[in-house]
Design a binder for this molecule. Structure first.
Ligand code: ADP
Ligand code: MG
Length: 562
């Protein structure tokens, strides 16, 4: 039997790959910068083991520039460079990663900062470039080389005398616009490049420099006369705030990050900084906003956190990280342990992500519990803004969520002007009180006027006031709290003594019968029965529901679309 290797039509493969794995072409810059950072990291690792190499931080940087006339973009680094052989292997073979090999050779374990692993990122340049030129001088070598390719007909390598210092310069010659709306010229802009760098590569550990053109007043010129000056600026923040020591950060630092990231337009009500280093390792900064985002209850609202892998943004919004009932939480997660797929956009498998999500959920829950305990005023403010999703959480999946959420719920009640928790309610229940009572209505003042509340209040029992449509649904799902059942004041059985003992005499009953019959005829389908009741005190009449669905719930259900 003869064994044969697969052959691949490499130019088709390259085209297919490049255009199918990345959702946005702007990421070409992320990939080139990541490679440049890896190249500098390799110098850093070499310096660690070789005393002859000095690693002077100032000498290591990445420079991004563009030429509007020539329509080129350049990414230059002062990293380790490549030999001719390395160029052959790493830039000539798709899916060959010199960086992965470097990590293996040097026994650098997971969790280090070298980003490359798949050996495809470089080719993303061909999404925007019709020609890519790589000029490189390897560390310890005195011959530089130039690699040139149009991404279609292979590549050429020739000697070059342009590079004197070790490092690599990559020049992209941008494609011609296919049509007016699809121009590549957008990238020939200081502003655009800066935005992309900030978005994906803000936390690359080496400076990413960009030339910035500014107008400055002319020295000996007239008032208002200016000259154009070009100044090199470092664009990226380098050290991510989430890797900094918590003790060194102030509330203001966190607020600035919130604003910078546009997590919201308000101020955060609370922030959490998690630095988890156990079986799963991640850093995270989470915020509870102060006010409800304007689109929170609209279809456009998307829950989720930003996801970084070793400091590089891989997903702008990962909804899996946050349960629906905490959908108001904003922020980011950075983990070294994620297994990414080759586009570094979608995750290979979600085991780690699930573990992180679970961890985060518990942290938020505990943080809210602490807030409730230690700063009730703030908690009430929080609950007034975001209590609703919590209640929906109980309603939608109570099996799992009840235990997590029941102690975070608050309601108005007959005893307290402020919101009360279920725990507080139960703790002050008189011993003989059989149920947790509640009444539903559009507003507190309306509930207070309900005839059904009178008898319960007369017994000295507290009533929870449900003013939101989700309240009763959530409570029905919970069924009980601390083994006490919930009971609507409008229900047929309130568990009060002598409630249903009807002491109306037979004669009286007879009297009423005619009246009730008449009333029933008048009301028709609207009522099932008309009868005497003991629960009324100062009101002549009230409505009572039979069975599981209360009158208020019926109203909500009737409003729902079929
Ligand atoms: P990856 O980064 O996942 O390894 P790439 O396709 O982005 O894959 O890059 C392929 C390889 O080319 C890298 O692993 C590295 O060995 C080499 N390379 C790319 N860019 C540079 C650079 N600027 N300096 C040195 N080597 C580089
Ligand atoms: Mg790469």
């Amino acid at each position: 039997m003869e064994k044969k290797e697969f052959k691949a039509e490499s130019r088709r493969l390259l085209e297919m790959m490049v255009n199918s794995i990345y959702s946005q072409r702007e990421i070409f810059l992320r990939e080139l910068i990541s490679n440049a950072s890896d190249a500098i990291d390799k110098m850093y690792y070499k310096a660690l083991t070789d005393d002859a190499i000095e690693f002077n931080a100032d000498d290591f940087f990445i420079k991004v520039s563009f030429d509007k006339e020539a329509r080129t973009i350049e990414v230059k680094d002062t990293g380790i460079g490549m030999t001719k052989e390395e160029m052959e292997t790493n830039l000539g073979t798709i899916a060959e990663s010199g960086s992965l090999a470097f990590k293996k050779d040097n026994e650098i374990e997971d969790g280090h900062d070298i980003i490359g692993q798949f050996g495809v990122g470089f080719y993303s340049s061909f999404m925007v470039a019709k020609e890519v030129v790589v000029e490189t001088l390897a560390h310890g070598s005195d011959q530089a080389y130039r690699w040139t390719s149009d991404g279609i007909d292979g590549y050429t390598i020739e000697e070059s005398d342009k590079k004197k210092q070790p490092g690599t310069r990559i020049t992209l010659k941008l494609k011609e616009a296919a049509d007016e709306d699809d121009s590549f010229d957008e990238f020939l802009s200081e502003h655009r490049l800066r935005t992309i760098i900030k978005k994906y590569s803000d936390f690359i550990r080496y400076p990413i420099k960009l030339d910035v053109t500014k107008q400055e007043p002319k020295d000996d010129g007239e008032e208002g006369e200016t000259v154009e000056v070009v100044e090199e600026q470092t664009v990226n923040s380098m050290v991510p705030i989430w890797r900094k020591n918590k003790d060194e950060l102030t509330d203001e630092d966190y607020e600035n990050f919130y604003q910078e990231k546009r997590y919201g337009f308000d101020k955060p009500l609370k922030h959490m900084h998690l630095q988890v280093d156990g079986t799963i390792r991640y850093h995270s900064i989470l915020y509870i906003p102060e006010s409800v985002p304007f689109d929170y209850y609209s279809k456009e609202f998307e829950k989720g956190l930003e996801l970084y892998s070793s400091g590089v943004l891989v997903m702008e919004n990962a909804p899996e990280l946050i349960p629906d009932y905490f959908s108001f939480v904003k922020g980011m997660v950075d983990s070294e342990d994620l297994s990414l797929n080759i586009s570094r956009e979608i995750l290979q498998q979600d085991r780690q992500l699930k573990a992180i999500a679970k961890n985060i959920k518990n942290k938020i829950k505990n943080e809210l519990k602490t807030l409730l305990k230690d700063d009730r005023e703030k908690y009430v403010k929080f609950f007034e803004a975001f209590g609703r999703p919590l209640k929906y959480g109980v309603y939608s999946d109570f099996g799992q969520n009840k235990a997590d959420l029941q102690d975070l719920l608050m309601f108005h009640s007959s005893k307290d002007k402020d919101l009360v928790t279920l725990k507080e309610y139960v703790e002050r229940m008189p011993e003989e009180q059989p149920y947790i009572y509640y009444a539903t209505g559009d507003s507190i003042s309306r509930i207070e006027k309900l005839p059904q509340t009178e008898r319960v209040l007369d017994q000295g029992y507290e009533i929870l006031y449900f003013t939101e449509d989700v309240d009763e649904f959530a409570i029905k799902m919970m069924m009980n709290y601390d083994e006490k059942e919930f009971r609507s004041v409008s229900s047929g059985d309130l568990g009060l003594e002598d409630e249903d003992k009807d002491d109306t005499s037979e004669e009286e009953q007879k009297d009423h019968e005619a009246l009730f019959k008449e009333m029933k005829e008048l009301l028709g389908d609207k009522v099932k029965d008309v009868r005497t009741s003991k629960r009324l005190k100062s009101h002549p009449v009230c409505l009572t529901a039979e069975g599981e669905i209360s009158i208020e719930m019926e109203k909500v259900l009737a409003q729902m679309p079929e």
